[in-house]
Ligand binder design. Structure first.
Ligand code: FES
Length: 140
């Protein structure tokens, strides 16, 4: 039903994810912001994030997308698609899965596609000029 082939447009859309994998393994071309890591918490400067950015999640194969709503609320969601686990990528106001086309809002709500569930959300605390993303509840 869902082909394993991806077309050129979707492959190109996945390139930032591939660059991040190389960056996370020490190769040139890291595309994700690198947070400092505490116990169950990832910290990143809010100025670095701007209105939205992909944050590496050390030890995990998918980054977290952190964004600020027009109302100023910070949100953090897993980029792991809830359909079959591909990495969603930010495209404008949506996160789009290059594998089978599921789409999610920036706060993780499922909008379209074969995925049936929302993206996983993580609490975000603002501490001075930094964001603390609470990943303590995430199972390995
Ligand atoms: S893995 Fe199938 S739509 Fe994302």
């Amino acid at each position: 039903m869902y082909g394993e082939e991806i077309d050129r447009r979707r492959f190109v859309a996945a390139l930032p994810g591939l660059a991040a994998v190389f960056g996370a393994t020490g190769c040139a071309g890291a595309a994700y912001l690198t947070p400092s890591v505490g116990t169950g918490v990832l910290r990143i400067g809010s100025a670095e994030v701007g209105t939205g950015a992909l944050i590496a999640w050390p030890g995990r194969d998918r980054p977290i997308f952190v964004s600020r709503s027009p109302g100023g609320v910070w949100r953090a969601v897993s980029t792991r698609c809830t359909h079959r686990g591909c990495q969603t990528e930010p495209e404008g106001e949506r996160l789009v899965c290059p594998c089978h086309g599921s789409e999610f809002s920036r706060d993780g709500r499922r909008l379209d596609g074969p995925a049936q569930d929302d993206l996983r959300r993580f609490p975000v605390r603002v501490v001075a000029d930094a964001l603390e993303i609470d990943v303590s509840g995430a199972a390995r």
